[in-house]
Structure formats: C-alpha cells, structure tokens
Design a protein around this ligand. Structure first.
Ligand SMILES: NC(=O)C1=CN([C@@H]2O[C@H](COP(=O)(O)OP(=O)(O)OC[C@H]3O[C@@H](n4cnc5c(N)ncnc54)[C@H](OP(=O)(O)O)[C@@H]3O)[C@@H](O)[C@H]2O)C=CC1
Ligand SMILES: CC(=O)N[C@@H](CCC(=O)OP(=O)(O)O)C(=O)O
Length: 348
C-alpha cells in the first residue's frame, strides 16, 4: 500500500479536471499540487477559472512526466481521448500510480482501434492497466498502479446489470439498453451538436450502435456472464448539464419473482456505500444523484411481457468520471473508498 498525498492533474482545465479540483479540495488526505494542460504561457488556474479564486494557488504548465513523478505521489489523466496512450509509458514503467479518466486503456488494442478510430497504446502497456469499476474492485486491481477509470455510460450500465450478469441471469438475446446523458458528458469542445439551439428544448439520439462504450460494457459483462457477447445499446442527449439515465429492458434466463430479483440487488449492493437500490417499483431520477457519487437503481417487472425494467442514474461528472476516479485512488491508497466523497445532492 502506498502513501499518497500529493496529486497532479493532467487536463485540469477540462470538465472532468475541474470536477477533480472541486472534489479534491475537501479530501482529507489528497492535496492537488500540480496542474497541467496544453497551455504554453503558464497562467494561474484562478485567472482562467475565477470560481477557483482563493481555493487554489496553482500555475498551469505543459506536461512533464519527470516533474510529475518527482514532485507528486499520483496523477490523474483527465485528458481527451487519444492523449494518455502517448504519455503513459514512463508512469507504467516506473509503477507510478495513475488514474486515467479517458478510454485509452480500457480496451484491447483492436477494440480501441475499431471503436475510437485511433491508433491504440502499445499492447504491452495495455496489459499492465487494470479496468477499475470501483464498486467491484478485483484482486488484480489492488496490485495495479495504472487504473483505467470506466466510462460514464459504462459505469451506469454495468452497475444496473451486475447482479443479474454475476448470476448468469441475463437472456443475451433479450437485452436493450437505452442510455441518456446531459451535455457535460461531451466535454468542453464546441461542436454543432452541442450548440445551445441544438440541445435546449430538444432531444436526439446519437451514435446508434456505434458508441465507444459498447465494447467496454460487453467486455465486463462477458467476464461476469460468459454467454454475453454483444448488447443493443443506444445513447441520447438530454437538454440538461449533468446526469445519466439508463433504462435497461431485459428478460431473464430463469423464472424468478420480482421480490427475489429485488433481493438479489439489495444483497449484491448491501456493503457498497455508493449504490442505493430503491424499493421494488420505485424508479430513481437524475436529480437525486447530481452532485454526488451515488448510483441509484430501481426495478420494475412486467409479468405480461416478462420484461424487467432496470433504471440506473448517476452524475456523469462524478460517479461517471472524477468521483469514481477519487474512489479508485482511495482504494489504491488503502483508504475507505468513501473518503472525501460524502456528498448530498442539492434538492431544490
Ligand atoms: N465529461 C464527462 O462526463 C466524462 C469524461 N470522461 C473522459 O474524461 C476525459 C476528460 O473529459 P472532459 O474533461 O470532459 O474533456 P474536456 O475536453 O473538457 O477536457 C480535456 C482536457 O484535456 C486537456 N488536454 C488535451 N490534450 C492534452 C495534452 N496533450 N496534454 C495535456 N492536457 C491535454 C485539455 O487541455 P486544454 O484546456 O489546454 O485544451 C483539457 O484540460 C476524456 O477522455 C473523456 O472522454 C469520462 C467520463 C465522463
Ligand atoms: C454526452 C456525450 O457526448 N457523451 C460522450 C461521453 C464521452 C466519454 O465519456 O468518452 P470516453 O470514451 O473517453 O469514456 C459520448 O457519448 O461520446
């Protein structure tokens, strides 16, 4: 177990990086001491983001792996996809703790090339990274120093399906996952799709059957339930800033009562502080989790069609990114995974 205190953030000026800065400010052990982005003129972070005035006295620099390792105990990569795959090697070789929020180390080289349309990291590096679904830490994860933090949609979907997949209960031919996200999930770069006029008071589906989180979800479901080799998965854009809402419609391989299904969920998640299973037939909403590291899950069974509806909601920026990343670093540092993450949603 390593003592981790001093933290660097690469990509501190993006949505995920700014959320790391916000959450880490009240962490009792981790202390952000260095921030990096692409800037060449080294501004202070509070001159770029006035909401940080009085909270951080840090200057933005361009990336330098040697300095990061010399002056810090761990680093978060909150960089756009396709960045960390080219910057990670020195950290992996030195076994220096990294939590990578991007998708660069979550997949095999061929899956990454296919779904991200980019050259993958070297396969020998990929092998040394561990997929870190923080609520289901593995023995391998405890020894790994490079953690690939899961994608936002993948987190909400996997937590919605885990209790069933872990008991071989999903009918692989009858699983439809309809996922929706707020706009902050797309990061800060402007695009035509993210213009106010295109998002506000609108609702649209995007990347049907092509979303880059499909292979990540399949990869983990397959580990739990060998018969799962593909999923039907779509993504839509909600006209809100934050939040992910997953509706999964599934049939089961066995006849089980709704009460027994519910029991399976409450048992699986009994000791997981960040997962709140609602009463049977009570479905959660996004507002209860925005601003928190919680995943709220609800179940409803239709005896006529025999479909089980599972709803799971998360804050894409917290449980789907910065919050889970801190949860993963807590685990790596041997701290309770909840450290610094006791957050309550703003109700009104
Ligand atoms: N937003 C979300 O809800 C989620 C995001 N993610 C993933 O997390 C990562 C960050 O996402 P997000 O914050 O939304 O993205 P943004 O586009 O908002 O920010 C990207 C950040 O990366 C920095 N950056 C880009 N290239 C480099 C480089 N070569 N060296 C140093 N810094 C660099 C940018 O710096 P600069 O300001 O100089 O451009 C910026 O700080 C992405 O991979 C994303 O897919 C995962 C889950 C959820
Ligand atoms: C709303 C929105 O556009 N969301 C993004 C989520 C991107 C993301 O998290 O990227 P990774 O692949 O690095 O995980 C998307 O659907 O592509």
């Amino acid at each position: 177990m390593q003592h981790i205190q001093k933290i660097a953030i690469v990509g501190a000026t993006g949505y995920g990086g700014l959320e790391l800065l916000r959450l880490l400010h009240q962490h009792p052990q981790f202390n952000v001491t260095a921030v990096y982005n692409t800037s060449a003129d080294n501004p202070t972070i509070d001159s770029v983001f006035p909401h940080l005035k009085g909270m951080y006295n840090l200057t933005l620099s361009s990336f330098d792996s040697r300095l990061i390792m010399q002056n810090n105990d761990a680093v978060f990569f909150a960089t756009s996809s396709g960045v960390s795959k080219d910057l990670a090697q020195p950290f992996i070789e030195a076994k220096f703790p990294v939590i990578d929020l991007s998708g660069d180390f979550r997949l095999t080289a061929s899956d990454y090339q296919h779904w991200y349309h980019k050259q993958p990291a070297d396969p020998t590096l990929l092998q040394q990274a561990e997929y870190g679904l923080a609520d289901f830490p593995t023995d391998d994860g405890i020894n790994a120093t490079y953690i690939a933090n899961p994608g936002c949609y993948a987190t909400a979907t996997l937590l919605a399906l885990a209790p069933l997949a872990q008991h071989d209960l999903l009918d692989p031919d009858n699983m439809i996952i309809d996922a929706k996200s707020g706009l902050s999930g797309a990061g800060k770069s402007l695009s035509t799709a993210s213009h106010f006029i295109n998002v506000n008071e609108n609702f649209s589906m995007y990347k049907p059957n092509e979303h880059q989180h499909i292979p990540e979800i399949v990869q983990q479901l397959h580990k739990w339930q060998n018969s799962i080799k593909t999923i039907q998965f779509t993504t839509s854009l909600l006209p809100i800033n934050r939040g992910i809402f997953i509706s999964a419609y599934v049939k089961l391989t066995q006849d089980i009562t709704p009460e027994a299904i519910h029991k399976l969920y409450t048992t699986t998640y009994a000791n997981k502080s960040f997962i709140r299973v609602q009463a049977l037939n009570e479905l959660p909403n996004i507002k209860s989790v925005v601003g928190t590291n919680f995943t709220d899950i609800g179940l409803s069974y239709n005896p006529q069609t025999r479909y089980l509806t599972i709803v799971s909601v998360i804050d894409n920026m917290i449980k789907g990114a910065a919050g889970q990343a801190i949860q993963n670093l807590n685990l790596l540092a041997g701290l309770p995974d909840t450290t610094g993450l006791s957050l309550i949603a703003a109700y009104a």
